[in-house]
Design a protein around this ligand. Structure first.
Ligand code: DGL
Length: 280
């Protein structure tokens, strides 16, 4: 029996995955330049935040979700999550029957070309610990100093629609103050949840200071799909399906700033979804 190859079916959907609503900041940009693509979005909200999970846990969750994408016949999957791109991409990159696009590795190519010497990165604990941004950027540019800062509360603020609370604004302001002490010329929002906080960040620093890597990431995905002749040849708007592993109604509310869902996402969990062990 021959195994069908999803990578050859240009009209198959594209999968998007993140721990929650963060990946919508990537989906939004991909939809703008590839509006005819069908897509399937999975927000693993039962396991949010990914930034505090072990590598073994992230491998387990991702394997379940990628098997689901494989069953759905996806031609490509976008790792719209810096944490999994940073910690497990190398372990899984050849394991599945579709193209895999990790945000950090793709964004680093473009970031390395910035005409600056000092680049700050706001990201999750997992991404900072992995050193993925300095490592990936150094592959293309050894003259840029890349320094990271972990923002422990930001994913919680975004997932729970607390963006405009006074307490949240203070937290973001303080984290930004700490970052500014290192004199970055630009700051990368190295977690896909963080663009939700741009409105708060720009109260305290100019908009030009911040880089959302998803803009170039979306262009990278479009170019690669084009080179591989994997662009959907339909001329009508693509159809999307949304799934979460917990709290569909909260997901819909928190998503609003980036993506207006016309109904709640479907609840979909896998066998091991109840195993959540936090790093001690
Ligand atoms: N949005 C993800 C990232 O880019 C995961 C954030 C989290 O769940 O900690 O890293």
């Amino acid at each position: 029996m021959s195994i069908s190859n999803n990578k050859q079916n240009n009209n198959a959907p594209i999968g998007f995955v993140d721990s929650g609503v963060g990946g919508l900041t990537v989906l939004e940009k991909v939809r703008k330049i590839l509006p005819c693509e069908d897509f399937i979005y999975y927000g693993d909200t039962i396991h949010t935040p990914y930034g505090d999970k072990t590598k073994e846990q992230l491998l387990e969750y991702t394997d379940e979700i990628f098997n689901f994408f494989e069953k759905k016949g996806c031609k490509a999957v976008v790792m719209a999550c810096n944490t999994t791109s940073s910690t497990i991409y190398d372990d899984i990159k050849n394991k599945y029957n579709f193209e895999i696009y990790p945000i950090v590795q793709s964004a680093a190519i473009i970031l390395s070309q910035l005409p600056i010497k000092r680049l700050g990165v706001f990201a999750t604990h997992g991404t900072i610990k992995s050193q993925s941004y300095p490592r990936e950027i150094a592959k293309y540019n050894k003259n840029m100093e890349v320094f990271g800062q972990y923002c422990p509360d930001w994913v919680h603020i975004v997932e729970n629609s607390l963006i405009n609370d006074e307490k949240s604004i203070k937290i973001v302001e303080n984290d930004l103050k700490t970052m500014m002490k290192n004199n970055p010329e630009k700051i990368v929002l190295g977690c896909t949840h963080y663009p939700f906080l741009l409105g708060v960040l720009t109260k305290f620093a100019p908009k030009e200071m911040f880089i959302d890597p998803a803009v170039d990431f979306a262009e990278f995905i479009k170019k690669d799909l084009t080179d591989k002749r994997l662009i959907n040849n339909s001329t009508t708007e693509g159809i999307g399906e949304f799934y979460v592993s917990a709290n569909p109604s909260l997901f819909r509310t928190s998503a609003e700033l980036f993506y207006k869902l016309n109904k709640e996402p479907q609840l979909l969990t896998f066998n091991n979804s109840s195993k959540t062990v936090l790093v001690g």
